[in-house]
Design a protein. Structure first.
Length: 768
């Protein structure tokens, strides 16, 4: 009978199960795969693990599933410094830059060991190296060394010497360790409270140790050496060193019949015998290799093209960003794709970064960096109205790029525009609703810092300087551009431009081009503003400008946040801005200014006009449309965010995805709101069916605005009523009394709460 019920429930919702969905409140971390920066590879029994640019990936050899491991799915932390493999027990040790440790067991489960990370110490906790012995893990650290019992995964010994230990290992009955200026050894059964209790050996200092047998080990410095230990009848110990490879091996692992030594400087790896001698070279082209000792000897290799079996052209490339510093974001609504690019030097990132552009369609990352893109980075992307294949991108030195179908179709610079180049270019760009391209060259151009390429000319394949117009905007030449923001808004026949170079106490510029491009538009500027209470607002730096769905411009500064309607700057009266206030809800009539005293780096607007506010030190905030209610706050303590510094936020206008760039990379959050639909044709419920192991909420999408949702059981009894937020609503699978509903198929009726619009029906199956 149970099987029949389950079959009916699944059949009732079969049409809704085709696409996997992320639940509201979920996070994704979009890691970067830096194939030029591969530092580790391990072939285990089931998975091949590989480390590139601090990000860990693995391939399931049986299913060919290639995934990123991060804080959202399996791992406990971010920024992996190295991985180490215990071939005897088939586990991988993951060491993080902050001294946290994960152990990934042979079944894929993870044991976290945060003891060193959480330890209160004045010295550095950096883990320099890891070696294995029967039942033990040795950790060389910046303060000494530690020993871990790998049967229970607990710290067995801690040795605080106040001296960085380069490497430590147990070889036979001896424990060996190296520092920058000495090689030490002694009986492994003795607890050495002080470094001075060790004996000093005549072996190379500053070398990395790797046990080979009970009486031999590798000592790797600028070369790879095999050291043999001898004991005489009087208990004296001698160390005999022989050079195996004249270059340093980086990744050393056991493999079938011996050892595998990676020597990237020679673009080779070497197989040795069980005694660690007689290395046989294998050309790798600079890739790192691994081969499990219990396998058939096949070599797995990883490099810029991804992971593959050495000699095979069948590469497994991770679904990840192709560059390490995602910063700018723009959503191409027509293509339904997120565009992400790297920055030029700015207020947050001081060094030039080569220009890279990636797209993301909700499933797959794609590198669409135009050939010949500048090596010193770029500014944000602006898509041409009505032409989703074309965007403009300002650069530091090379002018303004016009990119068509991911190729540079034109460069606007001093040869074909009024732009000047004395030391650099710095064109800051916005495109108005008519397709006119507005450029401010506040850093370089004292004669005509503002210039416009009319829409008709912007569509051409060739232009001359004479095709541009140069309206006069007083004071727009400021000699700065580090934090520049430039947006175009419109109100009826008015096209309003709002600009700031964002530098120290520099003004806010507003001009009205009145649905055209006059030679001297109405204009004004402000070095301070007056809020709704008559109080003055000043700033150190203006960090961002963003227009919301009501036509208000939100301005973030180093001191907080305000909002204003820019057309009011030309009404002839007082131009007062609004600093939103959040009621304290403590029984008083008191309220606190939103973001007061907090540096606001960015503001993004979602489908129902709520604001996503990124800050410099306080993380990410979601506030109501008017800013009078803080709905959510995310930081490093209550979310996967590894940094409280938020560079940029971008809301997907077609879904509930919110993208966030930080110094730790790119994140995606699935909010509780998506844009409202004009009909109920695309209504969807997920997950569907709700299986016994699922403990989250059911999400309804595809709703019309202000929808009333009634959920009824099989008898037609309404058990719960909900209201949509934009095009989305959330059901916790409880009835109106808070009780979990029983197994069954539940009907979902949606209609607009005001009585207009056509209703819709869908089903949700719940299996307990």
């Amino acid at each position: 009978m149970t099987k029949k019920i389950l079959f009916v429930l699944l059949a009732a919702t079969l049409s809704l199960c085709g696409v996997a969905q992320n639940a509201v409140g979920d996070w994704l971390i979009h890691t970067s795969y830096m194939g030029e920066d591969v530092t580790g590879i391990v072939e285990g029994h089931q998975w091949v693990y590989y480390l590139a640019g601090g990000n860990l990936f693995r391939l399931d050899k049986s299913t060919a599933e290639n995934e990123s491991l991060n804080k959202v799915n399996d791992l406990s932390d971010m920024t992996v410094s190295q991985i180490y493999y215990n071939s005897d027990k088939d586990y991988v040790m993951v060491v993080y830059a902050n001294a946290n440790i994960d152990i990934i067991l042979s079944n894929g489960s993870v044991v976290n060991m945060p003891e060193l990370k959480d330890a209160v110490m004045t010295s550095s906790k950096t883990i320099n190296d890891v070696t294995f012995a029967p039942g033990l893990i040795y950790l060389a650290t910046a303060f000494g060394y530690m020993v871990i019992d790998d049967n229970k995964f607990v710290v067995k010994e801690s040795h605080l010497y106040g001296t960085p230990v380069v490497s430590v290992a147990q070889v036979g009955g001896l424990v060996l360790l190296t520092t920058a200026d000495a090689f030490y050894y002694d009986d492994a059964s003795v607890f050495h409270e002080h470094l001075s209790s060790f004996k000093k050996g005549d072996v190379r200092t500053d070398c990395r140790l790797w046990p080979v047998s009970n009486n031999s080990f590798y000592c790797v410095t600028g070369s790879t050496n095999l050291v043999t230990i001898s004991h005489d009848n009087e208990g004296n110990v001698t160390f005999d060193l022989e050079k195996v490879i004249y270059n340093a091996a980086t990744v050393i692992q056991r493999t079938t019949g011996g050892f595998l030594l990676n020597v990237p400087s020679l673009e080779k790896c070497y197989r040795t015998g069980n005694d660690g001698r007689n290395p046989e070279a294998i050309d790798t082209g600079g890739e790192l290799c691994s081969s499990n000792p219990d396998g058939d000897g096949t070599l797995w290799a990883v490099g810029p093209q991804g992971l593959h079996q050495l000699g095979s052209e069948n590469y497994f490339m991770p679904n990840a960003l192709s560059f390490s510093t995602p910063f700018w974001m723009a959503y191409n609504e027509s293509q339904d794709q997120l565009y992400v690019s790297s920055p030029t030097a700015n207020a947050h990132i001081k060094t030039a970064i080569p220009t890279s552009v990636n797209t993301y369609d909700g499933m797959v990352w794609k590198d669409v960096t135009p050939e010949g893109a500048p090596q010193d980075g770029s500014y944000w992307m602006e898509f041409m109205p009505g032409d989703p294949e074309t965007y403009l991108m300002g650069t530091w030195n090379e002018g303004l790029l016009k990119v068509v179908n991911n190729e540079i179709a034109m460069v606007y610079d001093s040869s074909n525009s009024p732009m000047l180049k004395k030391t650099a270019m710095h064109p800051i760009t916005t495109i108005d609703r008519n397709g006119n391209v507005w450029v401010v060259q506040s850093y370089e151009n004292p004669d005509h810092p503002v210039m416009v390429l009319p829409a008709a000319k912007a569509r051409l394949n060739t232009v001359t300087a004479a095709d541009w117009l140069t309206p006069v905007i007083d004071g727009a030449y400021t000699k700065h551009t580090q934090r520049a923001s430039f947006i175009s808004t419109h109100y009826g026949s008015h096209d309003i431009k709002v600009f700031t170079d964002g530098d120290f106490q520099m003004p806010l510029f507003i001009w009205d081009s009145e649905d055209g491009i006059p030679s001297r538009p109405k204009q004004t500027s402000f070095s301070a503003l007056i809020d709704q209470d008559g109080e003055s607002i000043s700033w150190t730096y203006i960090m961002c400008l963003a227009e919301d769905r009501s036509g208000y411009v939100w301005m973030g500064t180093t001191e907080g946040l305000c909002m204003f309607n820019p057309i009011q700057a030309f009404n002839g009266g007082a131009f007062n801005v609004i600093r939103p206030k959040v009621p304290r809800n403590d029984g008083t009539n008191l309220a606190d200014r939103l973001m007061d005293g907090i540096q606001v780096n960015c503001v993004a607007v979602d489908g129902i006009n709520r604001k996503w506010i990124g800050t410099q030190t306080s993380g990410l905030f979601l506030v109501s449309a008017n800013g009078e209610q803080i709905l959510k706050k995310f930081n490093t303590t209550n979310s996967p965010l590894a940094s409280n510094t938020i560079y940029q936020v971008c809301c997907n206008p077609n879904s509930n995805s919110v993208y966030v760039t930080t110094p730790a990379g790119l994140y995606e959050y699935f909010s509780d709101s998506s844009p409202a639909e004009s009909t109920y044709d695309n209504i969807l419920a997920y997950p569907n069916p709700v299986r016994p192991e699922y403990s989250g909420d059911v999400t309804f999408t595809g709703m019309m605005d202000n929808s009333l949702i009634k959920i009824s059981d099989a008898s037609g009894n309404v058990i719960r009523q909900l209201k949509s937020t934009g095009g989305m609503a959330i059901w916790d699978c409880c009835d109106e009394y808070g009780e979990k509903v029983k197994t069954g198929v539940y009907m979902v009726f949606a209609s607009q709460a005001n009585g207009s619009g056509k209703g819709a029906v869908t089903k949700v199956a719940v299996i307990r």
